[in-house]
Write a protein that binds this ligand. Structure first.
Ligand SMILES: Cc1ncc(COP(=O)(O)O)c(C=O)c1O
Length: 456
């Protein structure tokens, strides 16, 4: 007789996936072969069918302390019981002030004030708006241009999309913001291929800012925003000396410099912030993701004291910056943030990432020579592995092929090799939680090798 008893599924699995329009996802392909997750602990996800998947992506560059940290979930639960929500406009909660102070303590001296929001996108837009407003209150209202960089990613708000430089993220959305220009990206495979850490070649790409100043006039430019390591485009570490040079040129011309540290913040490059690794002090620094270990949505902007203080004038009953979000400094996110910073401190996770960096780099570079690997880049606990796109058929152009090998790699990793990684086009990105062990690095690399062979 046919056994009709239900399978012992790990969780209740939905049988209709239609309603949820998933973000940044190939929806139709996903719904044919879903990658559904039900749990997570330390270095692993658990799928709905009970498989243990090693996480080589820290979720999405978020879970630097690994998954299922009970200290964080307990802090969130306790906070939810005590105070579920408080209006952040004209009212405050002690935890928001404490968290801001602790973030400022972690940051390079001078970045002393924190404006909270809920995501990296909001952080980018907030920083751009503060830059424009600051220039205006300084009597420099002609400075309204914003400069981003090709291949940059600053989230999906109109501001972040406009200064971002990934064509597929831009081309569907009209003219975006007026008065935006872009520096060239810093990648030259011929000169930089298989670099460990910051490539030797490429500091001069910063000089292109002088060209933009000559084109537009310094008096029209408010700010430049860059990621110290461009993550979402496929891991492009800054060339040696590049960020210092960008700082010198911005300073010379009175242009603000914003570092988007949504990925590089909270230990990814072996320091609390990449600004420290590179010895460069930006005027503003955006963060998100790692601040709560991914356990609650939160983002923010660290702001130089001189910029903050410039706003603190005029009648005291008047709002100094007409900007903010209903969920800025949300109590649950503040609780998660404080517990997360405790873990980072108590487990020395930033230093741990720095110590593991050379071993991680050697391990990833061992994939050189696997089929179709055309470049590998590493910095901190992060790596990008470029695979050659699937070739066109003889005499036939197939525009659907770029990104296909990467996408197949994502599926092979998840469905056949119990591995979570990220892909950007045909680049595989590895960004494990900072708690990863040397053995687990070895395991990840073995699995990645299998994935690369599977999509050869
Ligand atoms: C550098 C950078 N900035 C901004 C963002 C956007 O963050 P969110 O997705 O939280 O809006 C990201 C997300 O990956 C990012 O990598």
């Amino acid at each position: 007789m046919l056994d009709k008893s239900p399978l012992p599924a790990a969780v209740n699995v939905p049988n209709d996936l239609a309603a949820h329009w998933m973000p940044f996802t190939a929806n139709r392909a996903f719904k044919k072969a879903p990658r559904l997750l039900a749990g997570a602990k330390d270095m692993h996800y658990i799928t709905v069918d009970g498989r243990k998947i090693i996480d080589a992506a820290a979720g999405m560059w978020c879970c630097n302390a690994g998954h299922g940290r009970s200290q964080i979930s307990a802090a969130i639960a306790k906070q939810a019981e005590a105070l579920d929500y408080a209006p952040p406009f004209q009212f405050g909660i002690p935890q928001a002030f404490e968290l801001a102070s602790r973030i400022a303590d972690l940051a390079p001296a001078g970045l002393d004030h924190v404006f909270f929001c809920n995501s990296g996108s909001e952080a980018a837009d907030t920083a751009l708006k503060i830059a424009l407003a600051y220039q205006q209150i300084q009597g420099q209202g002609t400075r309204s241009r914003l400069i981003g960089r090709e291949r940059g990613y600053h989230g999906v708000g109109f501001g972040g999309t406009a200064v971002g430089g990934i064509v597929n993220n831009r081309k569907m959305f009209g003219t975006l913001l007026a008065g935006v220009d872009h520096l060239p990206h810093t990648y030259d495979r011929e000169k930089q291929a298989f670099s460990k850490g910051e490539p030797e070649y490429g500091a001069h790409f910063a000089d292109e800012l002088e060209r933009l100043v000559n084109l537009h006039g310094a008096s029209t430019i408010a700010a430049v925003i860059v990621e110290p390591m461009a993550g979402s485009t496929g891991v492009l570490p800054a060339p040696k000396g590049y960020l210092k040079r960008l700082r010198e040129i911005t300073q010379k011309h009175g242009i603000l410099l914003i570092f988007d540290e949504v990925i590089t913040g909270y230990g990814r490059l072996g320091f609390a912030f990449a600004a420290e690794r590179y010895g460069v002090l930006p005027d503003m620094l955006t963060f998100a993701k790692g601040i709560t270990n991914g356990a609650a949505p939160m983002g923010g902007v660290l702001v130089r004291d001189t910029i903050h203080d410039a706003f603190m004038s005029g009648p005291e009953h008047v709002v100094e910056l007409t900007h903010g979000y209903t969920y800025s400094a949300h109590p649950l996110a503040c609780a998660a943030g404080l517990a997360t910073l405790d873990i980072y401190r108590d487990e020395n996770l930033f230093e741990r990432a720095g110590k593991l960096e050379p071993k991680f780099a050697d391990a990833v570079m061992s994939l050189r020579g696997e089929p179709n690997v055309v470049d590998i880049r590493t910095v901190g606990l992060t790596a990008g592995i470029d695979l050659a796109p699937r070739p066109d058929l003889p005499g036939k152009r197939r525009p659907d092929l770029p990104g296909k090998r990467g996408f197949d790699g994502l599926n092979s990793a998840f469905h056949d090799n119990d591995l979570m990684l990220r892909v950007a086009g045909d680049t595989l990105a590895l960004t494990p939680p900072l708690i990863v062990t040397e053995d687990q690095i070895g395991e990840i690399i073995e699995k990645v090798a299998k994935v690369i062979r599977a999509v050869a």
